[in-house]
Design a protein around this ligand. Structure first.
Ligand SMILES: Cc1cc2nc3c(=O)[nH]c(=O)nc-3n(C[C@H](O)[C@H](O)[C@H](O)COP(=O)(O)O)c2cc1C
Length: 346
């Protein structure tokens, strides 16, 4: 059988495997990304960051660029429509330690589209090309681009766009295999993955709906070099290790605490399925890292966005989720989670 999990290079950046964390605004912050690297991701991507805000030194935006040493390789994703601003922002991100710059050409959110950024760039290939060329010229690190299969499902334009993106100097492409009009729902378009991967020599990461090894295999079998995982990682940063294991390549992943040795899930690199108790413990670790990043109150409030993903499928999770939404600081949140753990053992 073809080896689907493999090492990969994006430009000069070597990846331990071909599984990436997809960028998610409000979710893929430094704390979360560190856990995903630990959980087996080949590389991680930041939340999208506005190039204009970087240019004008917006404090909150600059905070998004603070990186932990434990989260490399990391791509900082930029959105914007002005080639000069994108190039300047890329330089700044490179200075702050990014390994890769990712250009967002796939976001379908109205506010982003109205500014001519995100998926709007798919309608303006000339501007997209200029952005890529200027960004590539501005930095020494590789530049990648994230696109959709098309603006609507009726018209798949990703193969042609991929050729333009490669020609402009990008080192990889992430293809979210759904049309912009379909937002995040429905199955991805496997023909779009195949057509796009075949159109270029640079690696194409297929993205959309990967929850387990079988989903990843289906994308990799179209010819994509790698896969990017979004929502399935939001509730389980160990999903990368699970997918790698399911594809028969788990042994090549290095693991460290808390993914080894603890809990009833096992404890070797070859037994990575998480029990609810392990997931709760991991979530507590995420809260701790988030509190270190934002402070003990804001860290907990900001984690509300993730708790639904994290507790999916747990017994009595809706009550726990509701109490968590009301928690205002770290000790309170930890107490709730510990209580839940102790009740579930009874
Ligand atoms: C809450 C949320 C925020 C997202 N933010 C971004 C973003 O900042 N940049 C981007 O390119 N895509 C963003 N996406 C899209 C994801 O990167 C990914 O393409 C999408 O979720 C499909 O992958 P999945 O089916 O594995 O979740 C976001 C998706 C979600 C659910």
């Amino acid at each position: 059988m073809k080896q689907l999990i493999k090492k990969l290079k994006i430009g000069s950046v070597e990846l331990k495997n071909n599984l990436a964390l997809a960028p998610m605004a409000g979710i893929t912050n430094a704390a979360f990304r560190s856990l995903c690297i630990e959980g087996g991701a080949g590389f991680v991507v930041s939340e999208m960051v506005s190039a204009e805000s970087i240019r004008y030194g917006n404090k909150k935006t600059l905070q998004l660029l603070e990186l932990y040493p434990s989260e490399h390789p990391i791509a900082i994703q930029l959105f914007g429509s002005d080639p000069e601003s994108m190039a300047l922002a890329a330089k700044e991100a490179e200075k702050l330690g990014a390994d890769i710059i990712d250009i967002n050409a796939g976001c379908p959110v109205r506010k982003v589209l109205r500014s001519g950024s995100g998926a709007a760039l798919m309608k303006e290939p000339g501007i997209l090309e200029d952005i890529i060329k200027k960004t590539v010229k501005a930095v020494k690190i590789p530049v990648t681009v994230k696109i959709r299969s098309g603006l609507t499902a009726k018209e798949v334009i990703s193969p042609g766009l991929a050729v333009l993106i490669e020609g402009a100097g990008a080192s990889a492409i992430t293809l979210h295999g759904r049309a912009a009009a379909d937002l995040h729902s429905g199955p991805p378009d496997y023909e779009a993955f195949a057509g796009t991967a075949a159109a270029v020599k640079i690696p194409v990461f297929g993205n959309g709906g990967v929850r387990a090894a079988a989903d990843a295999a289906r994308i990799l079998e179209t010819g994509c070099a790698g896969v990017a995982i979004g929502r399935a990682a939001a509730g389980n940063p160990a999903v990368f290790a699970e997918v790698a294991e399911g594809l028969g390549g788990g042994g090549m992943l290095p693991y460290s605490s808390p993914f080894t040795g603890e809990g009833e899930g096992g404890g070797t690199a070859h037994n990575v399925t998480r029990s609810p108790a392990e997931k709760i413990k991991l979530f507590m670790r995420f809260l701790e890292l988030n509190a270190a990043l934002y402070g003990p109150e804001s860290g907990v409030v900001r984690a509300r966005k993730l708790v639904g993903y994290w507790l999916k499928g747990f017994p009595h999770s809706s009550a726990l989720r509701a109490s968590f939404m009301a928690a205002r600081a770290l000790p309170e949140a930890n107490a709730l989670l510990l209580q839940y753990l102790s009740n579930s053992k009874k």
